[in-house]
Design a protein. Structure first.
Length: 395
């Protein structure tokens, strides 16, 4: 069987860019185990965005170019990305880009058309209505100039969830849509999965959020909800860990001071690797109050760490309810107040049972090997080598 050559494109591999770089790299590493060679092309945004992710997989080649900032305008442009894309590795069988707004995603579309090879686009939650409202005028320009054209020309659009597929259709796009979720490698979380359940209990239990500190993450209504119930649950604290984005941290710190919550709300810098694993391991509940998500990587990591979860109805993983792994809430303060009250009022044993259910859900549905098998099948279909997979939809 011939080796499949795939070029993946993502706008950044810097750690502080959130879940998309880790998800794209995880997918590349997973498919590389299936007779597939991958060139992952990205942009290095600089040290202020953290170090670049790396891979030890033999069949994954990472190629990055630096970027330059444009004075007086809050944008960064890659230097020499299109040339690198043309020269990276052999002629690809498929090009797969992650995201839609970056100029490198446009380069991927141009490259695909030039080589006459299938192009898969993963919007990664960027077509959700709440995401489109952020920097709306910039996105309207990009949509008019190249984004809509590129989406219409793609041979397939990859949606992480059925909810995201609906967002694609609301854009008027008629392309085939492949619904394939994010994945996770369970190895780093074995410590949490194998622990004695009550060993981690401390004087205060922890409600944890990990991610970018940005308005779209819904942290404002999380803190407002917590301010209303903190006296009722004095044995709990809220930990918010992640990089400040759009200067949102100052607003959240002000809300914390205004509501006298300094003793029960802790802000931490970004955490990665073993430090993040330990923070997950020492926590008791994970929350994701976002207005919009593609399919959160850290949500999968939290569930793999046996944490019960409270997530917004916009977070793209309604399975947590049917699996008994967590609670859904609307992305507003009233709904999160009710959800927090419900879960914090439970006995430890009830929350531990939810955490075990969360771990089982990830094990059964969201491991990288199963996700990679679906993606390889999609690539084979696009080349005409396989039957149309059942997860590809025209409606």
């Amino acid at each position: 069987m011939a080796v499949l050559q795939v070029t993946h494109v993502v706008d950044s591999l810097n750690e502080q860019r959130g879940g998309m770089p880790r998800s794209a790299l995880g997918l590349c590493e997973a498919i590389s185990a299936s007779n597939c060679k991958v060139n992952l092309c990205a942009v290095d945004l600089g040290s202020s965005f953290g170090p670049l992710l790396t891979s030890s997989c033999e069949n994954v080649s990472i190629n990055c170019v630096p970027c330059r900032s444009v004075k007086h305008v809050n944008i960064s442009l890659p230097k020499g990305f299109r040339g690198m894309l043309m020269n990276a590795g052999q002629h690809p069988n498929v090009i797969h880009s992650h995201g839609i707004w970056s100029s490198v995603c446009n380069d991927a579309a141009v490259f695909s058309k030039k080589l006459s090879v299938p192009h898969v686009i993963s919007p990664r939650g960027m077509l959700e209505e709440s995401a489109l409202r952020r920097s709306a005028w910039k996105k309207a320009i990009a949509k008019y100039c190249y984004v809509l054209k590129n989406l219409k020309a793609a041979q397939c659009i990859h949606a992480l969830t059925a909810q995201e597929a609906m967002s694609v259709r609301r854009m008027g796009l008629k392309n085939p849509i492949a619904i394939i979720p994010n994945g996770i490698s369970l190895g780093p979380f074995e410590k949490a999965r194998c622990r004695a359940p009550l060993q981690k209990r401390r004087d205060k239990k922890t409600i944890l959020f990990i991610g970018r500190i940005h308005p779209i993450k819904g942290l404002k209504h999380l803190l407002i909800a917590w301010a209303r119930i903190k006296k009722q649950f004095s044995g709990w604290e809220v930990v918010i860990a992640g990089p400040d984005d759009d200067n949102h941290l100052l607003e959240l710190q002000q809300i914390t001071r205004d509501n006298q919550m300094e003793d029960s709300v802790i802000f931490c810098p970004s955490v990665y690797g073993k430090e993040k694993e330990e923070l997950l391991h020492s926590s008791d509940l994970f929350v994701l109050p976002s207005f919009s998500e593609g399919f959160s990587m850290v949500l999968l990591e939290a569930m793999a760490s046996r944490l019960p979860v409270i997530i917004s109805s916009s977070a793209g993983c309604p399975e947590v309810v049917s699996a008994g792994a967590g609670v859904l809430a609307d992305p507003d303060a009233n709904s999160f107040e009710q959800a927090l009250t419900k879960v914090l009022s439970m006995k430890d044993e009830q929350r531990l049972k939810m955490g075990s259910s969360a771990s089982a859900l990830v094990t059964e549905r969201f491991q990288w090997d199963a996700v990679a098998a679906q993606m390889i099948s999609l690539y084979g279909w696009l080349q005409g080598a396989e039957e149309r997979p059942g997860f590809v939809h025209d409606d």
